[in-house]
Design a protein around this ligand. Structure first.
Ligand SMILES: NC(=O)c1ccc[n+]([C@@H]2O[C@H](COP(=O)([O-])OP(=O)(O)OC[C@H]3O[C@@H](n4cnc5c(N)ncnc54)[C@H](OP(=O)(O)O)[C@@H]3O)[C@@H](O)[C@H]2O)c1
Length: 289
């Protein structure tokens, strides 16, 4: 199904919280804003940050799933969590989110850019509007969020950003052409900013997992429909644990798992033309619909 046909609308427009006002939990380490927190890797990242002592702002389109997660975080981890149902692919959504948080006096100490879309298949079989929707979310919204929240972090002299990139960031991937290109952008932006941010007290990390068992790869949600052997998949819990640790250490690039690190290492050593041929083979063998 083309993603546009299955596109969910935010089910609530305004911010809703598990606790009223901005009273935060005592002993909080800070506040982490996590996009794409309603399911998959984002929901697991939210649990990791809660375990690590962070209060949370959870953002995605599905208000119900966000509220369920916020309640669970509140009950199981004793942390304050609030939700914002927003379609980050809509023009002005990021600016609106920033204004909402400013009005409530909420400062973001950690920004986790996790929300993302994937379409697989021949480039021309995927509609132009789906390609553009992916670019809006994976590239434009991530850039806008980084721009909106990085400035205040620099002024305060502290903060962390975790960008969820992919193993696909390291090479072009036929059948995932626009997705892989969007993730190459995320990795490149992260590396450039990590150098700009040296000595500022702010760190930025690109998390680059291989295939992860979520709706994105199992066809359960909009966009992706990869149907890969389970043995090739990482669990979202493991990826989130690795992402949290890498973000806390301020690593610039983190590839979870030995297999992923081997693939990334070998890819980096290959001349560009060889890399293209290998990823062409992979695309035809594993990803062709
Ligand atoms: N799964 C993998 O194999 C894999 C591998 C490497 C990297 N990644 C990256 O990991 C991140 C999370 O992916 P996942 O595997 O956890 O996928 P997922 O289960 O499909 O989750 C995607 C998340 O993004 C949110 N989202 C989608 N469109 C949105 C929009 N327009 N505005 C706001 N939120 C939106 C979804 O929530 P709503 O539908 O409620 O909005 C959901 O919470 C993505 O950036 C992905 O590219 C995934």
């Amino acid at each position: 199904m083309p993603r546009s046909a299955a596109k969910a609308k935010p089910t609530a427009k305004s911010r809703t919280g598990t606790k009223s006002g901005t009273t935060r939990s005592s002993g909080s380490k800070g506040l982490a804003l996590i996009t794409g927190a309603s399911r998959g890797i984002g929901a697991e990242l939210a649990k990791q940050f809660a375990r690590g002592g962070y209060d949370l702002v959870l953002v995605a389109r599905n208000a119900g799933q966000l509220l369920d997660l916020a309640a669970l975080i509140n009950e199981e981890h004793g942390r304050w969590a609030t939700t914002v149902a927003a379609d980050l692919g809509e023009p002005g959504a990021v600016q609106k989110l920033r204004r909402q948080l400013q009005e409530e006096g909420i400062e973001v100490d950690v920004l986790v850019n996790n929300a993302g879309l994937l379409d697989n298949g021949d480039f021309t079989d995927i509609s132009l509007s789906d390609h553009l929707q992916l670019i809006e979310l994976n590239i434009a919204a991530l850039t806008a969020l980084t721009h909106q929240f990085l400035g205040p972090m620099r002024q305060r002299g502290s903060g962390r950003i975790l960008n969820v990139a992919s193993l696909a960031s390291f090479q072009p991937v036929p059948q995932l052409a626009v997705y892989a290109a969007s993730k190459a952008y995320v990795l490149s932006l992260t590396e450039a900013l990590s150098e700009e941010l040296k000595g500022t007290g702010v760190t930025i990390t690109a998390l680059c997992p291989g295939f992860v068992r979520t709706g994105m790869t199992t066809g359960g949600t909009d966009g992706g429909d990869l149907h890969l052997p389970s043995v090739l998949m990482l669990s979202p819990e493991f990826v989130a644990q690795e992402g949290y640790k890498a973000c806390m250490k301020g690593e610039t690039i983190h590839v979870p798992g030995l297999g992923g690190r081997l693939v990334a290492g070998i890819t980096e050593l290959q001349p560009r033309a060889v890399r293209r041929v290998t990823s062409g083979l992979l695309g035809r063998m594993l990803l062709k619909k």
